[in-house]
Structures are given as structure tokens and as C-alpha cells.
Design a protein around this ligand. Sequence first.
Ligand code: SF4
Length: 187
Amino acid sequence: MLLHVCCAPDATVAVERLRMAKIEPIFFFYNPNIEPEEEFDRRLQAVVKLSQLWGLKLIVLDKGKEEWQRSIADFVDLGEGSKRCEECIKHRLIVTARFARDMGYGVFATTLTTSPKKNAKFINTIGAELEKQFGVLYMSSDFKKKDGFLRSVELSRDLGLYRQNYCGCLRSLHEREEKDALRACQR
Ligand code: SF4
């Protein structure tokens, strides 16, 4: 299985659950949405650390920035959780499915469903469409269920993994900073 990994914390609980089902995934890090570059490196290093700690193969595709920018261009001013995010997620899943097909993997999945801010139903609908388009099975998931998100927090703390505090793009960083500033003013 080729497992699209959005970040190390989200991958922890996904791997724990896949291993319970006797599935040993291969990590696929493709996230051109992560900005700025230092943050991309920080998140990638956390994924490298997790893959080494747990003995999992990791494939990194460090390109696609322009394609990703094009995919969200018409929705860039919309907020988090909007069509902007749907297109961003879709883009990353398309590249994952295409890579899985080209490299001969039988199944693909994503750790994006660990986040409480991501709509698993939407993600799984896209996955099912891509399964048909690329001819590679998609494994539906909702890793946040059954306290999956809490478990990911616990595991990443125990393993000393870096945890980000915004989704990924510069817009989401600014949106988080604006919320923080607003909260500070209301105190
Ligand atoms: S907020 Fe997250 S999902 Fe939405 S566009 Fe930015 S990086 Fe992508």
C-alpha cells in the first residue's frame, strides 16, 4: 500500500491501525502546499524520523508547487475548509494515485483523514473517483474515529515528533495568526 502522508503526527495512528490489519504501508510524502520552505523541511524531517523509528519505507516527491498553485488559484481567497482546501486535497490525491499506478502499487490511502478539520467523506469520495480513473484500489478511511486524533497526539508526543500548528499553506498560516490576534484582543 502506498500511503500518502500529510504529516508525521497524522501518520502515527494511521500506521498503528493499518498494522493491526496486518498492512505495512509505504510512506509517500507529496505536499507542495506546505509553506514556507523551512516549515516544509521541518514536517518532512518529522516524517523521516517516524519512518526510521518504525522501519517504514519513505518516498518523497519534492516538486509540484506550480501545479498545486494552479489547482487552488481560483479559490485562493476562500477560507480554510472551503473549495480551496478541496482542490488542494484533490491535487495531492491525484498525484498519489497516479504515482501508485505508474509504480505498480495495488492500493493507495491517505493520512489526511486523521485531522478533525478534514472531511473524511469528501476525501473518500475523491479517493473512490481516482480508483476508477487510475485503476488502483483506494482504501477508504477515517483515522480520526474512535479517538484516533487523540491517539495521534499521544503517539507523536511519546515519539518526540514535531507537531505543526497550522494546516500548511501561507494562507492558513495567516488565518491562524489572525485568529490568535483576535483572541488576544478579546482577553
Ligand atoms: S488550508 Fe490546508 S488544505 Fe486548505 S489549501 Fe491550505 S494547505 Fe491546503
